[in-house]
Design a protein around this ligand. Structure first.
Ligand code: AMP
Length: 422
């Protein structure tokens, strides 16, 4: 009895994951297509890395003290006992791939992009999922702050093309290995003073990595962290100059931005530039994209000393902020009666499809009237009638379902009409 109930129980998708249904997939493909097209205009090429990697890659890359590594990774042991992790972000995979495949030896500009699923064991809510999709871009070997501004300009180009409104660009500098230690000392002293009022997580962060207190989502921690010293006031001369130039290039592009001194982003590896684009259309999870420089990661992974910058954008958030476009397929529906005309319809559909015409041929025993009303319901643009008589004469009727205009012809003549009206 129990077994029977179990067998009948519906199995649902895992919490925090979502199906992208056929009615949504067209819009995904359109947005992905526009995105890739724009990235290619700026010299970016696609780099596809595996969905899972050695856990150590993210521990070292994303950082031992980041929330992602501490709380959010999907980590498991494979059958050989190795610790693997479903990638929570893309950057460490790209860096690994560049080193492993020695891409840095190749003459082409090292500009890469990727669109694919990421996995984080985060608290699911609107705009935050456990499997979500990121658009990711990375540039290697450009230390000039002009590239920092150019990737933001590229993001704006994309958002403008997709008609995403109500965006705001936030920028900051998180310093470098030379200037950050003095800031962290000062920050730790200040955080220590209010330690008791912080959440248990942040209390641990005071010693481990006080910068990560800024990532906390608990309101009291957020409020307290607003009173903490700002890294922008601790920058060394080099970081200060970089930030000044970066801002001047944003001005050149006429991109409005706001300096947000507490923007440190949730990852341990950032150096100098950090930025986010938020959108008023998104509700509580308002960050559309975020990124920054990570000049030291390649070297820390045992690769050459090559600086880098990149950003990641959430596809689900992007899609909920773009102006949707209704795109309708144009297709031909076959109406036939009896076995012989069914066979003729099968041959015709094959011919039309080979010539780029979308056809729908259904194998249900329906009467003529029923087939026509089905074509109507499905919003077919054309109906082809392959009745016995038409098959015998090798000439067919097509009906334009919008105008009700009918035409007769051989399959070649009909193809011509369909192609002309595609
Ligand atoms: P991050 O890698 O955390 O800097 O995030 C970059 C972008 O990915 C964010 O601005 C969001 O658009 C998106 N994102 C991050 N986490 C999630 C999530 N759990 N669900 C949906 N989108 C996310």
């Amino acid at each position: 009895m129990r077994e029977e109930t179990q067998a009948k129980k519906q199995i649902d998708a895992i919490k925090g994951t979502k199906d992208i249904l056929p009615c949504e997939a067209g819009e995904w493909r359109r947005v992905e297509g526009v995105t890739k097209g724009i990235f290619e205009l700026y010299g970016y090429r696609e780099l596809r890395a595996p969905v899972f990697e050695a856990t150590e890659l993210f521990e070292r890359g994303t950082g031992q003290t980041s929330d992602i590594v501490i709380k959010e990774m999907y980590t498991f042991k494979d059958k050989a006992g190795r610790s693997l992790t479903l990638r929570p972000e893309y950057t460490p995979s790209v860096v690994r791939s560049i080193i492993e495949n020695r891409l840095y030896l190749q003459p082409e500009p090292m500009r890469y992009y990727y669109i694919g699923p990421m996995f984080r064991y985060d608290k699911p809510q609107k705009g935050r999922y456990r499997q979500f999709h990121q658009v990711d871009i990375e540039v290697f070997g450009e230390k000039d702050p002009a590239i920092d501004a150019e990737i933001i300009e590229m993001a704006h180009h994309l958002l403008k093309t997709l008609e995403v409104g109500e965006t705001e660009t936030l920028v900051n500098s998180v310093g470098c290995a030379a200037c950050r230690p003095a800031y962290l000392r000062e920050l730790r002293v200040e955080a220590q003073k209010v330690k008791e009022a912080l959440c248990p997580d942040c209390q641990r962060k005071v010693i481990a990595n006080p910068l990560r207190i800024f990532d906390c989502k608990v309101e009291t921690c957020r409020e307290l962290s607003r009173t903490f010293p700002q890294i922008i006031n601790f920058l060394c001369a080099e970081c200060e100059e970089h930030f000044k130039l970066f801002c001047s290039y944003l001005d050149l592009y006429q991109i409005a931005y706001r300096v947000e001194p507490h923007l440190v982003r949730g990852l341990d590896y950032y150096t100098k530039t950090a930025f986010e684009v938020i959108s008023g259309k998104l509700g509580a999870q308002n960050a559309l994209l975020g990124g920054g420089r990570y000049d030291d990661m390649m070297k820390q992974f045992g690769g050459p000393d090559i600086c880098a910058i990149g950003f990641a954008m959430g596809m689900e958030r992007l899609l909920s902020a773009v102006k949707p476009r209704v795109t309708k397929n144009s297709f031909l529906y076959f109406v036939y009666m009896g076995e012989e005309s069914k066979k003729a319809a099968m041959g015709l559909a094959r011919y039309f499809r080979e010539n780029g015409i979308e056809c729908l041929l259904e194998f249900k025993d329906r009467g003529l009237k029923n087939q026509l009303s089905r074509a109507n319901k499905l919003e077919a643009n054309w109906v082809l009638i392959a009745g016995e008589e038409e098959v015998a004469r090798n000439r067919y009727q097509i009906k334009n379902m919008k105008t009700s205009e009918q035409k007769e012809g051989s399959r070649e003549e009909i193809l011509k009409v369909l192609l002309e009206n595609k």
